[in-house]
Design a protein. Structure first.
Length: 142
């Protein structure tokens, strides 16, 4: 189903607000973009947040461990039907930890809900490609 230009533009604006808030380490700004029943997976084995407060604690931990954080999204694909939208994107997560800059190249998927006044994140998932899995291969090398 084609997504209207208005919906596309609104979802892109929310993604930009999320990326901008991430770059400012603005926990309140990020939490304001999520549903009270928000759910998320991060890249670490223990990174699972259910609810706004769990997401807040996750962000506090992330931001305490990095001097700088920035996120760039590319190849963004958006779908929507009614008041539900979904997005997927390639993600470059730029961080400085212990004075050492790093870029983690990964992926992001998200589900958003339209409230009538704004789009908010209901679910999000960040992932990193499996180490040792070559292009064209279905599984990492053992």
């Amino acid at each position: 189903m084609p997504v209207s230009e208005q919906t596309q533009s609104q979802i892109m604006a929310v993604l930009r607000r999320m990326a901008d808030a991430m770059g400012r380490k603005d926990i309140d700004g990020l939490v304001a973009l999520v549903d009270p029943e928000f759910r998320a997976f991060g890249t670490g084995p223990d990174e699972k947040a259910i609810g706004r407060e769990a997401y807040r604690r996750h962000l506090e931990r992330d931001f305490a461990q990095a001097e700088k954080v920035a996120i760039d999204l590319s190849d963004i694909r958006i779908g929507a039907e009614g008041t539900v939208a979904w997005a997927m994107a390639d993600m470059a997560y730029h961080i400085v930890v212990g004075g050492i800059p790093q870029t983690l190249n990964g992926r992001m998927t998200a589900v958003l809900r339209g409230t009538g006044h704004a789009w908010i994140f209901v679910q999000m998932h960040y992932s990193l490609p499996a180490a040792g899995q070559e292009a064209g291969q279905s599984y990492p090398a053992v």
